[in-house]
Ligand binder design. Structure first.
Ligand code: ADP
Ligand code: MG
Length: 290
């Protein structure tokens, strides 16, 4: 039978917008020492807006956006949505995609007008040896923006910079965790400069950047091996293995189904401050029982 305190507390938490899917994990929440947050869509709003288009070859800005938006129409990543929206806003048409494939944590690949097209991360570019220093690109990176690159037939032709916003609630969430003696870390597939910028803004205790989807759970495991009880908070498909690995997996309610199904606790109000509410509830519930 479910102890009375636990069931009462479960209904209290549900009223506060915190759904408990796994009671054992909820109990572990009282001992959490490190909270690892995903960046995009968790600490930030996950709504990207195109701010700069940088031509790196002969192709003009309009064509760069048109190729990128055509390919991104095949993806539902928040970066893809930002690029598609910008092209629509400017009234640019799109081409036709004859083939396409999503590269998780890296970008999208496809064929447009008979050309092999890629819209990818800085990490992917480096991996393929296509990375070249460019002053304008460095400048947008320094501004803490997310940058993706357009490659046509193996040639780097342009960069697109996008800005996302830190959720105002994230700052308070980190402050409250610190008051409780809990460390706050961030995990992201985005570039190291954006990650550093967000980490400084929020005074995080540490971050891991340019982490590929399959590496996210390894980072959680590393923290556990250091002896920490770890909670992971995320929203994306990419976060699912890390949510499972963590002692307490917490999903943002507006997140993907896969993240929600992999989590122990769901934050219905999409508010990172509810992580603290959840920890307090777990402490209150399990203190009464002993
Ligand atoms: P996060 O951990 O921040 O949620 P992801 O793992 O989803 O990020 O993506 C990591 C990086 O891969 C992005 O910052 C971007 O550079 C690249 N990327 C992922 N999906 C796309 C896409 N559809 N178009 C372009 N780049 C993408
Ligand atoms: Mg995310």
């Amino acid at each position: 039978a479910v102890p009375l305190v636990v069931s009462v507390s479960t209904s209290i938490s549900a009223k506060k917008g915190i759904l408990i899917r796994n009671r054992e994990a909820f109990e572990r929440a009282k001992d959490v020492q490190v909270v690892v947050f995903d960046k995009t869509g968790t600490l930030t709003e996950g709504k990207f807006e195109v701010t700069d288009i940088i031509a790196l070859d002969e192709l003009g800005e309009e064509e760069i956006l048109k190729y990128a938006a055509t390919l991104e129409s095949q993806s539902n990543h928040p970066i893809a949505q930002g690029i598609v929206e910008k092209a629509e806003e400017l009234g640019f048409g799109t081409y036709e995609v004859s083939e396409s494939k999503v590269l998780p944590g890296k970008g999208v690949q496809g064929v447009i007008n008979g050309k092999e097209v890629l819209v990818v991360s800085p990490g992917f570019l480096k991996e393929k040896g296509l990375w070249g220093e460019d002053e304008r690109v460095n400048k947008v990176l320094e501004q803490g923006k997310t940058v993706v690159f357009l490659v046509l037939d193996g040639k780097l032709v342009g960069a697109i910079a996008l800005a996302d916003k830190i959720r105002p609630e994230s700052r308070e969430a980190v402050e409250k965790l610190h008051e409780m003696g809990i460390k706050a870390y961030m995990l992201t597939g985005d570039n190291a400069k954006v990650a550093k910028w967000v980490a400084e803004e929020l005074r995080l205790d540490g971050f891991f950047a340019e982490v590929l989807p399959h590496q996210k759970s390894e980072k959680v495991k590393e923290l556990q091996e250091q002896g920490y009880t770890v909670a992971m908070v995320g929203d994306g498909i990419n976060d699912a293995p890390a949510l499972i690995q963590a002692d307490v997996g917490i999903a943002i309610g507006a997140g993907t189904d896969v993240a929600i199904e992999s989590a122990d606790i769901i934050l219905v109000k999409n508010d990172p401050r509810d992580v603290i509410t959840g920890i307090h509830l777990a402490k209150a519930t399990y203190r009464k029982m002993v």
